[in-house]
Design a protein around this ligand. Structure first.
Ligand code: SF4
Length: 365
């Protein structure tokens, strides 16, 4: 089907009708996405209101900023307090560590700078060779290639990376082990998949018999992926499908994968609110250790305080509760005064829900 307008309300209505057609009347069905942008699309366009009552869509750990554990925020704060110039993207500034954020450190006089690109941070280091610069590299497989490119270009000696990149498929696998979550299918993230391709998801239908559809970010993409998932369930034939074939290729982006392989090894990593997941984090290769802030400055934080008292981010992050079930949502915790990490980043589920209250545009035809 050639789609002209991925926000067409009439087309949305037709797909929603198709979803209803293939949804069994008995039983309930739960699909999970792992992407802040998918949650934004679903919430902003009121996609949940178009679905049958027995179909639920939950948000998994899809916000790369929200899942950075407090210990890694604490490390960045300590580096800033020790006199390094910490550079990062804006979203990271307000993410709480155990005893404050980078913004707090900045307010207390540390040199913390927001950059709009990694290249800008490298350029600053070149212009100020008397200072040590650290870039806090956060994000899933989508942003890891940019870090790989920059580190392989051999930045100046006074520049290093605090690498906190994470991989999405291990987090999806974790969700299948959460006893009472009972997921019936995955919507896999389009932008991550544009890099890693389809292969890393093959285990979900093969090993777990879990329908899995890679989806784009427009409302029609999300509705189509839900239809494809429901159809697989009805046919009892779980498989891996690509709804976003206009962007995602089976093999992903070989050039980006090659660069990532040259720069990183895969290791275990901690996720805020989740804990340690095997093979879920990138680490700079040993031969690039001179650019690894962790190795270069030796700041060791054993344990951070991931969840502050009363915050339910650990449940929101794995889709066990929706943001409005947190007693602090839009009361003590707002986008202006966030308490937990999920309210800080524009990709955080709580922040998405908070914003939707003011700006949602339901697609109801
Ligand atoms: Fe945490 Fe705030 Fe979300 Fe509650 S509303 S779970 S306090 S981020």
């Amino acid at each position: 089907m050639e789609v002209q307008n991925y926000r067409d309300p009439e087309l949305a209505r037709r797909i929603a009708a198709k979803i209803r057609e293939v949804t069994p009347q008995t039983g309930s069905f739960k699909f999970c996405h792992v992407c802040g942008t998918h949650e934004w699309t679903i919430t902003h366009y009121g996609i949940r209101s178009l679905l049958p009552e027995n179909v639920e869509v939950i948000a998994g750990p899809g916000c790369p900023v929200c899942i950075v554990p407090a210990a890694e925020i604490d490390e960045s704060v300590q580096l800033a307090q020790k006199g390094m110039v910490m550079t990062c993207f804006g979203d990271l500034l307000r993410v709480p560590g155990s005893n404050g954020s980078l913004l707090d450190a900045k307010a207390q006089g540390a040199d913390v700078r927001i950059v709009y690109s990694l290249t800008d941070a490298v350029e600053m280091a070149r212009k100020e060779p008397e200072k040590e610069f650290v870039f806090f590299a956060v994000g899933f497989e989508t942003t890891a290639p940019a870090t790989a490119v920059e580190v392989l270009k051999a930045p100046p000696k006074n520049f290093s990376f605090l690498v906190a990149h994470r991989l999405i498929p291990p987090a999806m696998e974790l969700l299948l082990g959460v006893g009472d979550l009972n997921i019936d299918g995955f919507i896999a993230p389009g932008h991550v998949s544009a890099i890693i391709g389809m292969k890393p998801y093959e285990l979900f239908p093969r090993v777990y018999r879990m329908p899995t559809v890679v989806a784009g970010f427009e409302p029609i993409d999300v509705l189509m992926s839900l239809y494809m998932l429901m159809k697989q369930l009805k046919e009892k034939k779980p498989r891996l499908e690509n709804e976003y074939s206009r962007v995602v290729k089976w093999e992903g982006n070989p050039k980006a994968l090659e660069l990532m392989d040259q720069a990183f090894t895969v290791t275990g990593g901690n996720w805020r609110g989740i804990g340690r997941l095997p093979d879920s984090a990138y680490k700079l290769r040993d031969e690039l250790a001179e650019y690894d802030a962790h190795a270069k400055f030796g700041v060791k934080i054993e344990q951070g305080k991931d969840i502050l008292l009363g915050c339910e981010c650990h449940l929101v992050i794995i889709g066990k509760i929706k943001p409005d079930k947190c007693p602090m949502f839009m009361k003590a915790c707002t986008p202006q005064k966030p308490v937990g990490a999920c309210m800080v980043s524009s990709e955080g589920t709580c922040r998405v829900w908070a914003k939707a209250v003011a700006t949602s545009k339901p697609l109801k035809p």
